[in-house]
Design a protein around this ligand. Structure first.
Ligand SMILES: O=P(O)(O)OC[C@H]1O[C@](O)(CO)[C@@H](O)[C@@H]1O
Length: 328
């Protein structure tokens, strides 16, 4: 897993080339709404892109992490089905539903049944290299999502400049990022992680939580500000010395959100959690987002080392799928 994290900037580089070389069957057209459907490491790219397009698209952009699609999906919907393995049953079922509903479909996968379905139905299918754990391939899926949105004129073509700048930033600061991540992992070790971010970066916070779950084999939770100020905050009442709060911060966090973070820190401090803050680095949006993703990916693998667990295996998910296969 460490090698895959280390190679993340190279993956982004390759992802840009894959996106550029893809010849779309579907010609640019307008849609009434867009749905990205995918689970876990293959769906999180959708959540991160959803944050990005929030103030850019004038049509709804929905991320679906279930077997069935929203009722509004129809012939004016763009459905992007993301499954790295191509074999996730929820995504396959949603994909079949999208076809029935006559949506425009684009698949992003490394193969499996999704690629077979796309081939049989002559759908656009962007193929990425196979053989890795899906969560380590976020670079491939996220860049393809941007490239698809760009193909339909939904986001400007210069997104790749920002990705290139992010690649440079991650490569240049590789040693420093690893050093920071190692320090953070040591401070987090032995405690329950609680990740907070602005709502505008919730996708990145969820990614961090899921990487802690899958790589570090640890329960964790996340909350977005301002929403957690209206409920979860009240739960801060008991000793929290067994917890570590990690706040993901960005220069573009809305000023009122920044003020809420400062006040929230004061409230949490009363209960003695360890409080850590991770500031994004970089000039542009994608530099800063990829910086946070990469740094927190490193944290999750260093935390796995400290906990003496194998970051790659997900045996319990395999067990669940085995049991599920027995259910008719
Ligand atoms: O790329 P896929 O196979 O759709 O996987 C998505 C998610 O499913 C899992 O493979 C487990 O079922 C996760 O590890 C992964 O994040």
């Amino acid at each position: 897993m460490k090698q895959l994290v280390l190679d993340f900037p190279l993956q982004l580089q390759e992802a840009l080339i894959i996106g550029k070389n893809h010849r779309f069957i579907t010609q640019p057209r307008q849609f009434s709404n867009i749905v990205v459907t995918g689970l876990g490491g293959s769906g999180i790219g959708g959540s991160i892109v959803q944050n990005y397009v929030f103030d850019k698209l004038n049509v709804p952009f929905v991320v679906n992490k279930d077997y069935s699609l929203p009722a509004f999906v129809g012939k004016d919907t763009l459905v992007i089905a993301c499954s790295y393995s191509g074999n996730t049953e929820e995504t396959l079922m949603a994909l079949q539903q999208a076809k029935k509903k006559r949506a425009t479909i684009i698949c992003v996968t490394s193969g499996g049944k999704v690629a077979e379905f796309a081939g049989a139905k002559k759908l656009d299918c962007i193929l990425v290299p196979a053989g890795m754990p899906p969560r380590s391939c976020l670079g491939y899926s996220l860049v393809q999502l941007l490239s698809i949105l760009n193909h339909f004129g939904l986001i400007p073509g210069n997104f790749d400049r920002e990705i290139k700048a992010a690649i440079k930033l991650l490569k240049t600061n590789s040693a420093d990022i690893q050093k920071k991540a190692s320090v953070l992992a040591k401070k987090m070790f032995g405690k329950l992680p609680i990740i907070y971010s602005a709502a505008a970066l919730e996708g990145v916070a969820v990614r961090f939580r899921q990487q802690i779950n899958e790589n570090s084999k640890l329960l964790a939770w996340h909350g977005a500000i301002p929403e957690m100020n209206h409920n979860e905050l009240v739960g801060w009442r008991d000793d929290a010395s067994d917890k570590v709060v990690i706040i993901l911060r960005d220069q573009d966090d809305f000023s009122r959100v920044q003020a809420r973070m400062e006040i929230g820190k004061k409230i949490a401090k009363k209960y003695n959690p360890t409080i850590l803050e991770i500031y994004s680095e970089g000039k542009t949006y994608w530099e800063r987002v990829f910086y946070l993703i990469h740094l927190t990916d490193w944290v999750s693998v260093f935390l796995a080392d400290l906990r003496g667990v194998d970051a790659t295996e997900v045996r319990v998910i395999d067990y669940l799928k085995g049991e599920l296969a027995k259910v008719k």
